[in-house]
Design a protein around this ligand. Structure first.
Ligand code: GDP
Ligand code: MG
Length: 358
């Protein structure tokens, strides 16, 4: 017994063929097709209503939220009548004739996550992709590689048992719902089935730049989920590195405008520290409580100045008191920066951006 969840947006012309192909390959099985349509302006609703008299098909049209593929799939999973769920695209990119192989894998071991993969042996694409699409797909996969060993977590063609996830824990955004379920679910292992991914014949892809930005936000959530404070530390480091660039730019800008190098050094600190504060508020700790800006900024400045004190103090102490560092000043400088960064991160995480203060 199988529930097939198909997210759609403007796929009215593809749905009849998809449904007919599913009927062909699934004869003798009990299954349902749940079309989760984000209120497409085309004929999707009429097409589905006509098909539903002949095929086991239901149409869901969620309202009250912006269009989102991943959220549509979550809604489809919630509405499914059966525990075994298959997610696939409507545009016939995913081969229905692999479904029985996928089902067999789940029947053999119900705890697995089965995914149709383009990147393992015998998996392939229909025709040459543009370099842009190719790079995009590979870069997206590479960025997810610390999260999963799956070779193609971006494939939207996968099957799993709903008993292995709690839909309430899913918090996706954008396109990569397979990755979301894979990371948040409790699966024993991943089974990859090679597929030939076909380019759509009808209609248009809805993948665009905005979806790629959403993917970065989605990845951030998954990294925080999987790596907790380490992911925050990593983001804090990235923000710090970008602040360093701001610092240098202003340092030169001030001098170009006539300031002395000492004055330029003192001035460029302020835009850099403000940049860091704002980005940490928006990116690193964006899930934390929103505290009043001026007060939080002031605390961030104080903690940064204390960090600088530690940085400078440690450098001075080591290079005057420890003979090794007298000879290796760069090592002292690096230790100073590392200690100050740790201090800054801890102060930010526990105090400046903490949840428990107001
Ligand atoms: N419900 C819903 N489905 C979507 C949305 N965007 C795309 N889809 C569907 O998701 C599947 C994959 O989208 P597609 O545009 O083909 O992406 P591509 O294969 O990466 O080019 C198709 O069935 C689309 O109709 C959306 O915002 N909401
Ligand atoms: Mg497609």
């Amino acid at each position: 017994m199988l529930s097939i969840v198909v997210p759609t947006y403007n796929e009215a012309e593809n749905i009849p063929e998809l449904v007919a192909r599913l009927q062909q390959v699934l004869q003798g099985l009990v299954y349902e097709i749940i079309i989760v349509d984000d209120n497409s302006p085309d004929e999707t609703a009429a097409v589905c209503s006509a098909l539903s008299s002949e095929f086991p098909l239901r149409l869901l049209q969620p309202r009250g939220r912006p269009r989102d593929l991943a959220l549509s799939v979550v809604e489809g999973i919630r509405a499914a009548a059966f525990d075994i769920i298959l997610v696939m695209d409507a545009d016939l990119s995913h081969p229905p004739d692999k479904i029985r192989t996928m089902l067999k894998a789940i029947e053999d071991s119900p705890g697995v996550f089965v995914i149709g993969s383009r990147y393992i042996a015998e998996g392939s694409f229909d025709r040459q992709w543009s370099l842009w699409r190719f790079l995009n797909s590979h870069l997206a996969t590479l960025m997810a590689s610390p999260l999963t060993s799956c070779s193609d977590p971006m494939s939207g063609f996968f099957m799993f048992s709903r008993t292995r996830i709690d839909p309430a824990t899913l918090n996706p955004i954008g396109y990569k719902i397979g990755l979301e379920i894979l990371i948040r679910g409790e699966f024993d292992s991943i089974v990859e089935i090679p597929i030939r991914f076909k380019d759509r014949k009808i209609g248009q892809s809805k993948m665009d730049f905005n979806e790629q930005l959403k993917y970065l936000r989605h990845l951030r959530r998954l990294y925080l989920h999987r790596f907790g404070s380490f992911a925050e530390l990593f983001l804090f480091g990235l923000v710090g590195a970008s602040g360093f660039v701001v610092d240098i730019l202003f340092y030169y800008l001030c001098q170009t405008l006539g300031a002395s190098h000492l004055l330029a050094r003192a001035l460029s600190f302020w835009p850099a520290v403000s940049w860091n504060w704002a980005l940490n508020r928006r990116v690193t700790f964006s899930e934390r409580e929103r505290r009043p800006r001026v007060r939080q900024w002031s605390e961030f400045v104080i903690s940064s100045l204390m960090g600088f004190g530690i940085n400078y103090g440690l450098y001075a102490l080591l290079t005057t008191q420890v003979s090794f560092f007298t000879a290796h000043r760069l090592a002292a400088l690096i230790l100073g920066v590392a200690a100050a960064s740790c201090f800054n991160f801890i102060a930010s995480s526990l105090l400046v951006y903490s949840n428990t203060r107001n």
